[in-house]
Design a protein around this ligand. Structure first.
Ligand code: MF3
Ligand code: CO
Ligand code: CO
Length: 279
């Protein structure tokens, strides 16, 4: 039995707004992501933009799932070997670093807009650039599978296949998730798996796809701050995240703004043939 909610037209309208606002925080912060800035300053700027310009609030602040301590900041800043949930602080970003900024806003109507992008500080290494590109392709290959009648396992499978073909590994402990007026709800969207398995997708479902891909081994290491997750082997890790609506004919990317990067070439070809709404 499925507990996955089917959103009402009113919910969908609210989630389109939340998604756009979440993406616009990433647009806003982009010019500040430069050598010399601290992750704490990026947090402060995003938080201020949400409160004072958008009239949204950051979902992470004081977020406290069972077994966790309250998350202390407005955004997540995951640098280099940090896989996810990096806590902003005094860390100064330097040339060659790679950072994921993960933003979730809550609108005045209570809807969540959750998305993340990778940023290079100055000139990235060839490895960092390729890892971020392959991870972006993984996310989009997963998105391109979304339509009524497809299964969650189809998404996980295509992501795992693409990551492993490149010699990378898929993090298992964290996954995409249903989202709406609740930050994390059913279903879990695994980034590995087998075609035709798990829940069948239906029009009106909304969930994130947010693969975490490691350059080395998939194992993780939890830091004593209770939140930060790193690669056990200290290899680089990358992540991208969009929020997706299942439509009658395919998908709609909800976390879309003026600065949203276009789909990668390998997926643009697929989409040109498919009956879907590209970003
Ligand atoms: N935005 C993250 C996600 O994609 C969740 C962050 S929870 C936090 O699901 F508390 F760490 F912010
Ligand atoms: Co997120
Ligand atoms: Co998410």
């Amino acid at each position: 039995m499925s507990n996955i909610s089917i959103k009402t037209p009113e919910d969908i309208a609210g989630m389109r707004i939340a998604g756009r606002l979440g993406a616009e925080v990433l647009d806003y912060i982009t010019p500040f992501v430069k050598p010399g800035v601290t992750t704490g300053e990026l947090d402060r700027l995003c938080h201020e933009y949400m409160l004072n310009v958008q009239g949204t609030i950051p979902a992470p602040l004081n977020y406290c799932p069972p077994g966790y301590t309250p998350y202390p900041k407005a955004i997540c800043t995951s640098v280099n070997d940090v896989i996810c949930h990096g806590i902003p602080g005094d860390k100064v970003l330097k040339n060659g670093d790679v950072v994921n900024l993960d933003i979730t806003v809550i609108t005045k109507d209570g809807y969540h807009g959750d998305n993340s992008r990778m940023f290079f500080i100055g000139e990235p290494s060839i490895l960092a650039k390729r890892l971020a590109e392959v991870t972006y392709e993984c996310m989009w290959l997963g998105i391109a599978k979304v339509k009524p009648g497809a299964h969650l396992g189809d998404i996980g499978h295509v992501i795992q296949q693409h990551a492993e073909k490149a010699g990378y590994s898929v993090v298992r402990e964290f996954c995409g998730h249903g989202i709406g007026t609740v930050f994390h709800e059913e279903p879990q969207v695994l980034h590995y798996g087998k075609p035709g398995t798990l829940e069948e997708l239906k029009a009106g479902m909304i969930f994130t796809i947010e693969p975490m891909i490691n350059a080395g081994r998939r194992e993780i290491r939890a830091m004593p701050d209770g939140w930060t997750i790193k690669t056990k082997d200290r290899s680089l890790s990358a992540q991208w995240e969009h929020m997706i609506l299942v439509t009658e004919t395919g998908f709609e990317v909800l976390t879309t703004s003026a600065g949203t990067p276009p789909p990668p070439a390998i997926v643009a070809q697929l989409l040109a043939q498919a009956d879907s709404v590209p970003a």
